[in-house]
Ligand binder design. Sequence first.
Ligand code: FES
Length: 329
Amino acid sequence: MNDWQDATVVATQDVAERIRRITLRPTRPVQGRTIHPGEHLKVQVDIGGKADQRSYSISDAAQDGSELSLTVFHTPNSRGGSVFMHTLQVGDTLRVTAPQQNFPLRVGAPRYVLVAGGIGITAIRGMAALLRRLGADYEIHYAARSPEAMAFREELAADHGERLHLYLDSEGSLLDVPALIAGINEGTELYMCGPIRLMDAIRRAWEDAGLERTNLRFETFGNSGWYEAQTFRVNLPRLGVSTEISTNETILEALQKVGVEMMYDCRRGECGLCQVTVVDVDGHIDHRDVFFSDRQKDSSEKLCACVSRVVPRESLSVAANAQLSIDVP
Ligand code: FES
């Protein structure tokens, strides 16, 4: 259940290129417990005058829970949530939930590997700090576009020294996923948060290596796919509905806009509640969820409407949009 409350913006700070930390003071702060790594807030955002929800990891929290910070990347092809978050000024009020936990760190493993891609560091940084305090055996692998786009780089280097491994696209130093997974022993737990390509590569390598599935834990931001977002058309033959999906909205949002009742929860491709049945597709489905297995994605009988999209087949002319026919539960 979401328990909504007001929160006031008490500080904003740019911490890297296109990345801003926004500190909030909720009216009903958590009491009697500390905020744990992996917790997030749901936030009501205003997108073109329409209320919507987004989830952001809590990157910092005051000891008494009176202030919480969210660190938000201004996504280049944002659907509007990160644009709204970057307009917030000190003194503004917004609606947030109490902290929620979907990505808990299990304490007591013999070894930990933490992997962050880009803004995924917001969830991973807190885990690394806790593991350090506990004296655990851990290493951090952090990849980003460039040094300027790498939030908390200096702080992490100072706190974690040789345990921190950095990878920069701009310098051609890329994370070698097969080598990383080859070095993992039984019992090691891997926590990752980042773009779907990175997480998918790790998940496949993990499965190929026959490692314990429950030792691989992840959180996604649900907005990065295999292909650039393109406009496409969605048809619901049973309901006689047809609508265009623009590059900055999801199937779920577009169908809600035209009055189709949809089930959903996470809006990040994790829970599967928004799944729809694919009746026909003229194009290629860009599955952006982490809910369906590879086999289910290959068969493309269903997709998660909150994140997945369709791109044209190469044989379609440049001007032709992809089409998707679906049915909803
Ligand atoms: S709402 Fe959770 S996967 Fe779409």
